[in-house]
Design a binder for this molecule. Structure first.
Ligand SMILES: Cc1cc2nc3c(=O)[nH]c(=O)nc-3n(C[C@H](O)[C@H](O)[C@H](O)COP(=O)(O)OP(=O)(O)OC[C@H]3O[C@@H](n4cnc5c(N)ncnc54)[C@H](O)[C@@H]3O)c2cc1C
Length: 476
């Protein structure tokens, strides 16, 4: 299939239609394209695979425009993360190939109140967002919270704008769930005020690209808070978790992807669901057939073509400190990259007053906490770019190359790609046939094959050893 890369315009770029992005598997579902459309009946909806996609008339979907080419975060003609970060943080003293521009980097947690206990990691995202509200620096914060008054088939989580400390604190915790920005961007455009937006890297990039085109958004979005990101999951992961906990999605009222327990390592994720009959179900991710994050179950296809793990365009970004001793500390610990001077002041005040506890670290430390994600997005992306593909060719900061990759490493990247791709389809079939066992049996085999390759375990691991494909590499 050759996709119409629309006719080049006078400036040498090419106009882009939403359908070009969708058909090329590059739509992350951020909703930036929908937010651009005033007066058109377009919206973001969950598709049959439980991923957010723009929905509108065929004419709108196929209409190429220059604004979309410049504002879709996966558009080959949009500015890349380096260019955006350089324009927003020209004075930031640090620059690193893996974490981008930075003013300072830290490891630590929120000490004040119960921010840490109520957050997924060290609670610092909510602490900083609350601080912006308390200091009167913003009037509202766009973040992701449980959908209010949700009916059974509606999304579990959605972007909302919190204007009070309590509402913001209620929305703490990570949601590995498809969400979209169109509603909050429209609200920000129509309701005057100053706003902060919290989001994963491609969403913050979408916000940066939108503000570059829209002076109203540029004036009103005064802070961006980024979350490090491994990849975006579909809504079906929540549904699969429900199946494995013996429930149907229609019974689920709340989902906490990461219930904390101070006596267990932070990286032993445990999910908790409340059901409509008042009962609660709890299960470790590791006991679920698709609970190994690195295997790629339900990953959005566009994430295969992302090279930003740490939200390089955000004023400040936060992740989990996935290195010892922090990963064993069940209370949760953040790594933080500060890029804006104003946020550095806020963070420094917090440290000085003892309300947050942070130790300075270098770029290498931050990158080490995300070693698996970084490898997948740089070395793995470089390899994926060598594959034949149809549609738009993503333009990334790494070059296509498979040089120096072992056979086993290539097989791991191929396997993850396959798991991500097929998990959507097989889950859909199981759902339509009302046969959860179909998906669960496939996922079990897929996971054990992946573990055989990645960790040299089980029969696949023995085969890998016999073929001499093992090395001192770590699977992820
Ligand atoms: C899809 C996804 C993938 C991630 N992958 C990684 C990773 O690979 N490595 C890593 O170190 N960290 C990753 N994170 C970030 C990590 O899960 C924590 O969110 C982060 O460490 C902040 O923890 P905290 O305790 O400071 O945040 P909290 O105090 O719990 O606050 C979290 C804030 O983020 C908002 N929020 C939650 N989910 C979303 C969302 N999907 N989009 C926008 N806002 C949201 C909440 O509303 C809340 O305001 C990921 C997060 C997401 C959503």
């Amino acid at each position: 299939m050759s996709l119409l890369r629309s006719a080049p315009d006078m400036t040498g770029g090419a106009a882009l239609a939403p359908a070009d992005v969708i058909r090329s598997g590059l739509c992350i579902g951020c909703g930036a394209c929908v937010a651009q459309c005033a007066g058109e009946t377009v919206e973001m909806r969950l598709d049959v695979y439980g991923q957010m996609k723009p929905a509108g008339s065929r004419a709108w979907l196929n209409r190429p425009t220059m604004p979309l080419a410049a504002s879709c975060p996966f558009s080959p003609d949009a500015e890349n993360e380096d260019v955006i970060a350089d324009s927003h943080f020209p004075d930031a003293c640090g620059r690193d190939p893996l974490i981008g521009r930075y003013e300072a980097a830290y490891v630590g947690h929120a000490e004040e109140d119960a921010f840490r206990a109520r957050g997924s990691s060290g609670g610092l995202v909510t602490w900083v967002a609350v601080e912006l509200l308390r200091k009167g620096l913003v009037d509202g914060v766009a973040h992701v919270a449980p959908s209010p008054g949700r009916k059974a088939e509606e999304p579990l989580f959605a972007y909302t704008i919190s204007r009070s400390v309590e509402a913001l604190r209620q929305g703490a915790k990570s949601r590995y769930y498809p969400v979209e920005l169109s509603g909050v961007l429209r609200t920000i455009r129509s309701v005057p005020g100053r706003y902060a937006v919290i989001g994963i890297p491609c969403f913050i990039k979408a916000v940066r690209l939108a503000t570059a085109q829209d002076p109203v958004l540029a004036e009103r979005i005064t802070f961006t808070l980024g979350l490090f990101c491994g990849h975006m999951k579909s809504a079906r992961m929540a549904e699969s978790f429900a199946w494995q906990m013996g429930a149907g999605m229609e019974e689920v009222t709340t989902l906490d992807y990461r219930v904390k327990s101070p006596d267990r390592p932070a990286n032993w994720y445990r999910a908790q669901m409340s059901l409509s009959d008042g009962t609660t179900r709890v299960e470790d991710w590791w006991h679920m057939v698709d609970g190994d994050w690195g295997a790629g179950f339900f990953q959005n296809h566009a994430c295969n073509f992302c090279d930003d793990v740490v939200a390089e365009t955000a004023d400040i970004s936060f992740g989990d400190a996935w290195v010892e001793p922090y990963s064993s500390d069940g209370r949760g610990t953040n790594v933080v990259i500060v890029r804006s001077r104003k946020l550095h002041e806020i963070v420094s005040d917090g440290i000085a007053s003892g309300r947050i506890v942070l130790e300075p670290v270098d770029a290498g430390f931050v990158a080490a906490t995300q070693a698996a994600g970084v490898r997948h997005r740089r070395e793995g992306l470089s390899f994926r770019l060598t594959w034949r593909r149809a549609g738009l060719m993503p333009r990334k900061r790494v070059q296509a190359s498979s040089a120096g990759l072992s056979v086993r490493r290539k097989m791991i990247y191929r396997m993850r790609y396959g798991i991500a791709r097929w998990s959507h389809r097989i889950f859909l079939a199981a759902r339509l046939l009302r046969r959860p066992g179909l998906y669960l049996a496939w996922a079990k085999v897929a996971l054990s094959t992946y573990h055989g390759l990645a960790y040299a375990r089980g029969p696949v691991g023995r085969l890998v050893e016999r073929l001499g494909l093992t090395g001192a590499e770590d699977g992820h």
